[in-house]
Design a protein around this ligand. Structure first.
Ligand code: TYC
Length: 103
């Protein structure tokens, strides 16, 4: 396809190559103080996991130091991190939630 400008120049229309939006992993970090039950509730409430899935993820974080709760576009990931941080602070737990772009 070609476009004609007001000056009469013919320009080749560039094919729009749209990159898919980047995705972010949202992860929980282990600590020694947050109760396991609280982490399970966080995973059920903010990441829509079943009780069984939430328990598996919590145990992975507890044993391995971190674990992925979900994968989201940036704005959703930012919101999850904020919601978890705010909920943990309200309950005076040091639980840390972080996000990282997927390569
Ligand atoms: N390690 C914590 C405990 O023994 C439990 C825990 C799990 C804390 C996962 C944080 O992201 C976490 N009570």
């Amino acid at each position: 396809m070609a476009n004609r400008t007001r000056e009469g120049t013919v320009l080749e229309a560039k094919k729009a190559r749209v990159k898919p939006p980047p995705l972010f992993k949202v992860m929980l970090l282990n600590d020694d103080y947050t109760p396991m039950e609280f982490v399970v509730v966080v995973l059920q409430t903010f990441f829509n996991l079943s009780r069984e899935q939430a328990t598996q993820v919590m145990l992975k974080v507890h044993r391995e130091g971190m674990g992925v709760c979900g994968v989201y576009p940036k704005d959703v990931a930012v919101t999850k991190v904020e919601q978890v941080g705010s909920f943990a602070r309200q309950h005076q737990h040091p639980l840390q939630c972080v996000m990282e772009e997927i390569e």
